[in-house]
Design a protein around this ligand. Structure first.
Ligand code: PDD
Length: 285
């Protein structure tokens, strides 16, 4: 069965799905997106993803493509039509189609909405988590608003490619002060003694939904947590390291730039947080 995509009001075979060449997402990167996990046929932390989508749209002064209720219906329809039980739903909104001009179109045009779903075998993530991943470090060359989840991912693309070429899974991005901001497509965490540390929420990171839910879990379990910046050096000397994201969940890091983290095996805390994650995430069928 071929995949089905939702494109501006219609469900179409993905292979035939089209957007206009003057779509501002295509020409100018003028758009935002979300990736939400599907687990056992339910969306994980849908409300938080949709709230972040609204925030991203608001920051860019873009209109919502659909009322919130209508969007949740489309997400389910795409999941069902693609028979995805485990995987991800991808939502992309761009400012719409208009003759190329950097400034916003006047009058405003209808935003473009695309929704797709993809099945992914959860056993793959589990196998990766059992082994742990390597990360490399690279300068954070992104724009100054990575807190907005825009489709402009070129620095992230280049960072992930560099990681892949070096046999790593993720790249940790380093700011001008030598501090780790986040991963190219995930949030970065370390554990020092028994304290869990992750970058505070500000304009220099994306406020990950997985990060937010994990902080709920951490609070409920009474673990010590510090939301603050940490340096690459501090990370290399950590007792554990891990990343979070909708596509990775909690994923242990076993090496940073070929420096082995602790004993080079997935950390106990990260492994336990991964195992408990879905007890704290909200699943909506
Ligand atoms: N990326 N930081 C960045 C730069 C990201 O791109 C992502 C997610 C995260 C984690 O956010 P969340 O926990 O809400 O997934 C942090 C998605 C998965 C992607 O681009 O595919």
């Amino acid at each position: 069965m071929g995949r089905i995509a939702y494109v501006n009001g219609r469900y179409v075979p993905q292979a035939q799905a089209m957007v206009a060449i003057e779509d501002r997402g295509y020409q100018l990167g003028d758009g935002v997106y979300e990736v939400c996990e599907i687990r056992g046929g339910a969306l994980i932390d849908e409300a938080r993803h949709l709230a972040r989508l609204e925030r991203s749209l608001g920051e860019l002064r873009m209109a919502s493509p659909l009322a919130p209720g209508a969007l949740t219906h489309v997400l389910r329809e795409v999941m069902t039509r693609n028979r995805v039980q485990d995987g991800y739903v991808y939502i992309q909104v761009t400012r719409g189609v208009a003759p190329r001009d950097h400034a916003f179109p006047v009058p405003a045009v209808r935003p473009s909405l695309v929704v797709t779903a993809k099945a992914v075998d959860p056993a793959k993530g589990a196998a990766l988590a059992a082994k742990g991943i390597k990360v490399i470090s690279l300068p954070d060359i992104r724009w100054k608003r990575p807190d907005i989840k825009t489709i402009d991912l070129l620095p992230n693309v280049l960072a992930r490619q560099a990681a892949k070429e070096q046999g790593a899974y993720e790249a940790w991005l380093i700011d001008a002060d030598g501090m780790v901001t986040e991963g190219a497509a995930s949030n970065a965490w370390i554990v020092k003694d028994k304290t869990i540390i992750t970058h505070q929420v500000d304009r220099s990171i994306l406020r990950g939904v997985t990060r937010t839910t994990l902080l709920d879990l951490i609070a409920a379990k009474g673990f010590r947590v510090e939301e603050r910046r940490f340096s690459l050096e501090e990370a290399k000397a950590a007792t554990e390291a891990f990343i979070t994201g909708a596509t990775t969940l909690v994923m242990p890091v076993i090496a940073i730039d070929d420096v082995v983290v602790a004993d080079g095996r997935p950390g106990g805390l990260a492994t336990s947080l991964r195992a408990q994650f879905h007890n704290f995430a909200r699943a909506t069928p």
